[in-house]
Design a binder for this molecule. Structure first.
Ligand code: FAD
Length: 511
């Protein structure tokens, strides 16, 4: 997608920084903008490969969040008896992205994610980090959006012990600490603001700190790894309108993911993948669970096949312009939920668990209900009429929707939305329960067009020498929607392309 004149002012490059305002110049091999999972991985691998790496970070520390790191295979997976067929993953991914992902980029991920994960596992399992890896077996099992094994979580590391979700935080902490041993340098509270081009090549990135501007000259390249555009309303309005319309975001820290790398890349002659950009939506704005039984919108009517994965549920709510819906259960939930997991599942339906463990426990589910109750997202009543009143949906419509639904369950045929008969379980045992759930934006996963070496491409499809992008700043991974072929591929691709860039810039693994 080339620059569109209708886009807001964000597309316009600022005037170059005045030479007199540069207070410091640093020379290095690679300059990385952003100390998230992509940037820290890149700096760590590059430094291990003997390159002098300097990282500019907008906030005061490295950043990470979330639990699942999805890769195609790993030595750990193989040791547990799991191996994915890469061709099957590729076909599935391309199908779900309607061929709008970049197949070269996708195959670079598929072929290299195992190397990147094995390398990371080697670091995080050292005694000083003490991570215990585990696979996420909470997967959607429906045949249409089947999720494959490959999502890794990291338990017992220093960050998890401090209360972080077991996963990305311990990965990034360990890589950051490791990179320091190889003399990677981090300039915290120093956002990258501009790139410098000399004779057509990107030669430096300018950062801004409380003393003035810092020029970081990079002999081998500048890597844009500043995350996504989700925190920039104007950019979302132009490039990801569904994200702009969504009131809830769970990204942290607030205010850093403002598409700075996207803009710097664009100003330097880069282009974006075609829009609208794909978005990671999770249905976690209210309750942390929704299951697959009967969903009603604010009019008290069903609006979708409830048997679907988390991305589909969130996107459908956004498409109908609603911030939330109600998921209905009844007093037999302790039997219904586990019975449904065989056919569906995945996060926000089953509980996080390792292979061989159950995705359901009564206590774990009660904890989710209690959390929802405390936030006003759980209601319970002895009659459908009273439940509807508590949910604030028209009682007559809801009662009739429920009657119709129960009739379809008895007939084992969903004539409205075609839900599989195995999941048609009548809701007629009091107390009736309503769980409010709605979509939240985690990240917008579209970005700068790159080639298979993560080199940013101009409008003619030529590489801009010296300029690279990784993580959510790069394009080509998804195209249409966040394809959950393996859960956690936003982290998994950030890790893989960060690692790959640490190789490529050291003269290895070049396509
Ligand atoms: C609550 C939550 C849970 C999630 N869980 C998962 C999960 O389980 N699995 C998964 O795959 N994904 C998950 N995600 C998505 C995932 O966190 C991101 O997609 C991923 O971290 C992107 O990595 P990144 O390195 O590209 O960007 P980020 O992690 O966003 O890092 C970008 C970094 O760049 C810095 N920065 C920004 N602008 C500048 C600038 N101008 N100069 C210098 N630095 C800058 C930022 O401060 C930040 O440190 C989750 C997201 C959220 C919000």
């Amino acid at each position: 997608m080339n620059m569109d004149p209708r886009w807001g002012d964000w597309k316009d490059a600022p005037p170059p920084v005045n030479e007199t305002e540069i207070v410091e110049t640093i020379d290095c091999d690679i300059a990385v903008a952003g100390a998230g999972i992509a940037g820290v991985t890149c700096a760590c691998r590059a430094a291990q490969n003997g390159l002098k790496a300097v990282v500019l970070e907008k906030s005061g520390k490295w950043n990470a969040r979330g639990g699942n790191i999805g890769v195609a295979n790993s030595a750990f997976m193989r040791s547990m008896g799991y191996e994915n067929d890469l061709e099957e993953l590729a076909r599935e991914w391309i199908k779900r992205c309607c061929s709008r992902c970049d197949e070269t980029v996708l195959w670079r991920y598929l072929l290299n994610s195992e190397h990147a994960m094995n390398w990371l596992l080697d670091i995080v399992t050292r005694p000083e980090y003490g991570v215990r890896p585990e696979l996420q077996a909470c997967l959607y099992r429906g045949d249409t959006y089947f999720e494959h094994m490959g999502s890794h979580r990291f338990f017992d590391g220093p960050m998890a012990k401090k209360g972080a979700r077991p996963g990305a935080s311990d990965a990034v902490y360990a890589m950051y600490t490791e990179s320091l041993k190889y003399n990677a340098r981090y300039l915290m509270n120093t956002p990258a603001v501009q790139l410098e081009k000399t004779d057509g090549r990107i030669t430096a990135v300018i950062g801004k700190n409380d003393k003035g501007y810092v020029r970081v000259r990079a002999a081998k390249g500048v890597v844009l790894a500043t995350g996504d555009i989700g925190g920039n309303e104007e950019m979302c309005a132009d490039l990801a309108p569904m994200a702009a319309a969504c009131k809830s975001s769970t990204y942290s820290p607030r205010g850093v993911n403002t598409g700075d790398g996207h803009r710097m890349g664009l100003w330097a002659g880069g282009t974006f993948e075609d829009g609208p950009f794909p978005i990671i939506f999770h249905p976690q704005a209210f309750s942390f669970a929704n299951y697959c039984f009967m969903f009603v919108n604010r009019s008290g009517k069903r609006f979708m096949n409830e048997d679907n994965n988390i991305q589909a549920k969130s996107v459908t709510l956004r498409r109908i312009g609603q911030d939330y819906a109600w998921s209905i259960l009844d007093g037999s939930w302790a039997e219904m939920i586990p019975a449904s997991l065989e056919y569906g599942g995945g996060i926000f339906w089953g509980l996080d668990h390792a292979p061989g463990e159950s995705g359901f426990t009564v206590e774990g589910t009660k904890r989710i209900f209690d959390m929802a109750r405390r936030s006003g997202s759980y209601v319970e009543a002895e009659t459908p009429q009273s439940l509807a009143e508590q949910m604030g949906v028209p009682p007559e419509v809801f009662v009739s929707t429920l009657r119709e639904y129960n009739e379809m369950c008895r007939n084992q045929k969903d004539v409205l939305f075609g839900k599989r008969k195995e999941l048609l379980m009548p809701l007629e045992t009091p107390p009736y329960i309503g769980l409010k759930f709605g979509p939240s934006v985690l990240a917008v996963v579209g970005g700068l067009r790159v080639d298979g070496n993560c080199a940013v491409l101009d409008a003619q499809g030529n590489v801009i020498p010296g300029l690279y992008a990784a993580g959510n700043t790069m394009g080509g991974r998804y195209g249409v929607d966040y394809a959950m072929v393996i859960p956690g591929t936003s982290h998994g691709t950030a890790l893989t392309f960060g690692w790959l860039l640490g190789e490529i810039l050291a003269g290895r693994n070049i396509l």
